[in-house]
Design a protein around this ligand. Sequence first.
Ligand SMILES: [Zn+2]
Length: 253
Amino acid sequence: MTYKFIKYLIPFLIVSTLLSWRYIHQVSDNLQYSQYELLGKISAAKSTDFVKINPKYIAGDRTIYLRKEVYTAFKTMYDSAKSCGIELKLISGFRSFEHQKRIWEGKWDGKIAATGLNFSDPKLTDVKKAQIILQYSSMPGISRHHWGTDIDILDLNPKFFETPKGKKAYNWLKTNAKNYGFCQPYTAFDSIRNTGFWEEKWHWSYFPISDLMLKEYQRIIKYSDISGFKGSWTADSLKVIENYVFSISEDCK
Ligand SMILES: [Zn+2]
């Protein structure tokens, strides 16, 4: 009796151990990016996945961090553009939740100017206010800059891209950026992308990583995670995850 029991117990233990190991392994494989990373609640300066950018790639006096793989790809693209007479200087890279919160609340309180926002308008509701700020500024928690995969380059003023210099740089990017892994998520609205952030010709994303992070975001981030700042309750009303985070160009999908 005891022998029979052991005879069956041992194979059972081996199989169940293997199965549970496989299960744990699969789960940890799938959980490539944490909620903190997706919401920008990390310190890039302290993370070994991030690197501080050499000032020669930066416009003005700024400190910028990016994920290591993104920096490597960016440097190659930068050199290639430079050989064509275009300097793709960085204006922004990783931005933390706290950083985005300062920008958002600055605009929310009227301390930072937001295009189109008129505080003396009696019809200005919180939802309307959020909608106007969202044209060009992300809410904390929904910015791709939290991921360390996205960059702002050249100039944040749409008018720059109407100048000969701006047109040349943008045309170069449209033709060549994909060869280095970069795509433009916020293109002009059309029948497919008809909601979300307005066109940003300066914002480019390193697709091999941002695509994985977007998929993880879809899986684990909920509206209850987008909180802790002024006007955060409008996130659900405006369905910002569906209408902003996922409203990106076909090139970035
Ligand atoms: Zn940007």
